[in-house]
Design a binder for this molecule. Sequence first.
Ligand code: SAM
Length: 455
Amino acid sequence: MAALPLEFIARMRRWLGDEADAFFAALLQRDIGLRLNPRRGDVAALAARLPWPTRPVPWCEEGRFLQDEGLPLGTHPYHRAGLYYVQDPSAMAAAVLLDPQPGEWILDLAAAPGGKATHIAARMRGEGLLVANEISRRRAAILAMNVERMGVTNAMIANETPERLAARWAGLFDALLVDAPCSGEGTFVRDSQAIRDWSTATIAGNARRQRLILDRAAPLVRPGGRLLYGTCTFAPEENEGTIAAFLEGHPDFRIVPLPALPGMEGGRPDWIGAPEALRLAGRFWPHKTAGHGHFYALLRRDGESGALPARWEGQSVPGRIRRLYRESLEAALRIPPPEAGLYLSKDDHLYIVPMEPRHWEGLRILRPGWWVASLRHGKIGPDHALAMALAPDEAAARCDLAVDDPRLARYLQGGFWADEGPRGWVLITVEGFPLGWGKRGGGRLRSKYPMHLRR
Ligand code: SAM
């Protein structure tokens, strides 16, 4: 880890006084969290199956906290099976504070790599719509992988600027998350680049950019809707300062009290002479509770909106392809193939789309919804994202592998093994959790694990 900038140390000492030594010691700790995926089962039961000792995160029932001793959290088969997402405990507070409800329309404006978006999705339980947007194309692709890995079925992945979204979708969302790009002081222990980039000029530049992003975000919130702003930095200019400037320019928004979470303290407007109302914001401190530290402010837009559009239940697929789709998926599944919202993209992918296509056509959309199948050489095959959202008994055929089964490594590398069962698609699971598809035929079971995920 690079040395902390002297000016950062001086600022924090000035503000924290007697607490500063404890703060700097905690800032260097490498503890980590993971968030269990309720889609894979009861979270207490999932925690009991983890091969590492963990402690609960007091403000997030899906959260677990563990000592980072170089554990293979990101490469374990359970990670590939979407059992958990590696996430700092203080970042888990975002979805808890936003409190997404099943059926709502929610936009995560700066969503990659997807920690908070997949948490929001888990709490929506597949109902309503989550638009997970990311301005960087490269990062949006990582976001899509994580959304699929966690078995999310009600998300659209967009790769847009906040201004283009605001121009199309004014007043459309019950709730917005703006997890803003920031100086990342809370992530210094893992991100030496953030240390090297740190300066008061960078902080001022971030604050300007955050104000712009929030200005663009404001019209997207429906009257009566909510906007949660968050950063993983301690710099008050990017926190209380950004929100104070936003409230001044947007009299139709108010800062509202956050639900009380254990370990979360109030905002610190006194550090920069911001209005007292900013005490309603929340701060997580690494020396006081689990995690690297975070800032949150919850804003509500005045007014009330009429009914928002319902989830799209239409179809835009030619009859011949719909029949092929039904036939192919009826053979692969024990449940009726999902059809409400079925959409065929120009590149022959079939999605279950929650938002009517005319609302998003023309925008840069990486995934308009849940990718369930693809048409190739006149045939339809189920997609990886379909496998990742299935309960094991929903597939017509299944092959379950233990974590130490040598076939598991072969599967993840795209290999095959001898298998004499009936021909067709087989859901491959690891100890009951989905990994992807295999295809059986000619005495073999061949891996259909996607190329870009293979070891
Ligand atoms: N919410 C994410 C999560 O939980 O995994 C982390 C988001 S990260 C703190 C901030 C994101 O903002 C980055 O992915 C970055 O690419 C994006 N970003 C940078 N500039 C932006 C801008 N002008 N408008 C919108 N997003 C931007």
